[in-house]
Design a protein around this ligand. Structure first.
Ligand code: ADP
Ligand code: MG
Length: 300
């Protein structure tokens, strides 16, 4: 695979927006009738944005989200207006080079303050909670489960969307208090349906969708899928061939970066360390691989 030495896009500066903001990964510009969501090449680990980016990472995230929006459109409406630069607000036409491939023009939503997580396997924060209590977000699980074990059935484990710092897992009662019972039930049902559809699809490609996080918002009174969907930033994908319950699995994403960082003496507070060239190149290769394994084609 060619390793083109393009630079990572770490920040953008576009004219004419009525409001601009920045997430960990995306630059967000609001115009009168919509929002430009630009996935930069920034990479965050342990909730800290690192100094280097991974070239092309933003494109891979956006192209995967588009792939999934398209496949899941029968289950839920999504926020996409267009991913073609010609359709974007006029003021940004000169920036096509930067925007192309990594940008979605979307309907502005009132984003619900819940991270809608579906889990098919017991790992990460859920494994920790299970070991301490035998439950995960209020779901009582069978005794004697092991790390990474497949759950009897997928579960909805919502979390609050923290403005800063780490998201906090909540139970379904708390979720219902925040968004109302009817919406909470809709969120749970939709999240599980989307998870199942995606997990079934990737299973045919030798992948396990361990868990994933969706965000939903209201657009013109309709509950709508927003943000990114089923990317390696929002999901844990495992290689089915390498799956062995009873230990942590290697996930096909930033795990490589995390492993590198775990080997450093860094206290996981900003600023993050500089990543060496080999770590950037390998992480880029992993992102390209997951793109190819999910979509069946190479990026570009
Ligand atoms: N259609 C939409 N309307 C308004 N905000 C949105 C929409 N889709 C996604 N967002 C918000 O845009 C931001 C995406 O930026 P990102 O870098 O992923 O943020 P984060 O650091 O919170 O993960 C998130 O806060 C998300 O809730
Ligand atoms: Mg995000």
């Amino acid at each position: 695979m060619s390793e083109r030495p393009e630079q990572a896009i770490l920040a953008t500066d576009l004219p004419g927006a009525i409001k601009r903001s920045q997430g960990k990964v995306r630059d967000i510009y609001e115009y009168e009738d919509g929002v430009l969501l630009i996935a930069t090449d920034r990479v965050s680990a342990f909730d800290v944005v690192l100094l280097n980016g991974i070239p092309e990472k933003g494109k891979i995230l956006t192209q995967l989200s588009l792939f999934w929006f398209d496949r899941l459109t029968g289950l839920v409406p999504n926020h996409l207006i267009s991913a073609e630069v010609e359709d974007f607000p006029g003021a940004v036409a000169d920036y096509a080079d930067i925007l192309s491939g990594r940008t979605m023009w979307v309907h502005k939503a009132d984003v619900l303050p819940i991270e809608c997580v579906a889990r098919g396997y017991l790992t990460g924060s859920a494994w920790k909670e299970y070991q301490a209590t035998g439950e995960v977000c209020g779901h009582v699980l069978p005794p004697d489960m092991v790390d990474s074990q497949r759950l009897p059935e997928p579960i909805f484990t919502p979390a609050t969307k923290a403005e800063t710092g780490h998201d906090e897992n909540i139970d379904r009662e708390t979720c219902a208090r925040i968004v109302g019972r009817e919406t909470a039930e809709q969120l749970e049902a939709l999240t599980l349906q989307l998870y199942q559809a995606a997990a079934d699809y990737v299973a045919d490609r030798g992948l396990i969708l361990c868990d994933t996080k969706f965000e939903f918002g209201m657009i013109d009174g309709t509950l709508t899928l927003v943000d990114e969907a089923l990317t390696p930033d929002s999901s844990r994908y495992w290689d089915a061939e390498k799956y062995v319950p009873g230990r942590p699995q290697e996930s096909l994403d930033k795990q490589f970066v995390r492993n590198y960082l775990e080997g450093l003496e860094w206290d996981k507070t900003p600023p993050g360390p500089q990543l060496p060239g080999e770590v950037i190149a390998e992480t880029r290769r992993i992102y390209r691989t997951i793109y190819r394994r999910i979509t069946g084609t190479d990026l570009d």
